[in-house]
Design a protein around this ligand. Structure first.
Ligand code: RP5
Length: 173
């Protein structure tokens, strides 16, 4: 990904990271982030970062639908019983980890196909997991509301795109 593209992706405000660190969330991980290879972590770390920003506990594990199918089966089948409420599954290639996982649980499984969706998709999967959890956990609902309010404020302070574009920077809007 080019540097200019990276710079346009949404950022989690530092203030929210501090807020999340101050307020303890529900005990135990609520989200299981799984991925087909350690090489997927660079992308999937953005799902974890979105959850961090909202104070949502999660666990991270590498397992592959085609390389370690028994491990995926064991992990996903037991996920709900261990207290997980959402699974985020990232994989490249045929990206079938999410589908295989969804076959083994009634929990919502959010798929992040690596090459086609990548970093913004991983961030969105983290935020979507938060929205699902917000239905049941008031603390997560409050954190999500604060995050969205801050996004609204950011947009309202940046209504002229020409002031922020590298193409037109410095030009009078
Ligand atoms: C998929 O193959 C993984 O999810 C990863 O995206 C891709 C490449 O894996 P590595 O060769 O880097 O282990 O199964």
């Amino acid at each position: 990904m080019r540097k200019a593209q990276r710079n346009r992706l949404p950022r989690i405000p530092e203030a929210l990271l501090e807020l999340a660190a101050m307020s303890p969330g529900p005990a135990g991980p609520l989200v299981g982030i799984i991925m087909g290879s350690k090489s997927d972590w660079e992308t999937m770390a953005h799902a974890a970062k979105a959850l961090d920003a909202l104070g949502i506990a999660y666990e991270v594990n590498v397992m592959s639908a085609h390389r370690t199918p028994a491990l995926v089966d064991e992990y996903v089948s037991g996920a709900e019983g261990r207290g997980l409420e959402v699974i985020i599954a990232g994989a490249g290639g045929a990206a079938h980890l999410a589908g295989v996982s969804a076959a083994r649980t009634l929990l919502p499984v959010l798929g992040v196909p690596m090459q086609s969706i990548g970093q913004p998709g991983a961030t969105n999967a983290g935020l979507l997991a938060a929205a699902i959890l917000a239905n049941k956990h008031p603390q997560i609902r409050a954190a999500l509301r604060k995050y969205r309010d801050s996004q609204t404020q950011t947009l309202l302070s940046q209504t002229d795109p020409r002031a922020w574009s590298s193409n037109t920077q410095g030009e009078t809007p």
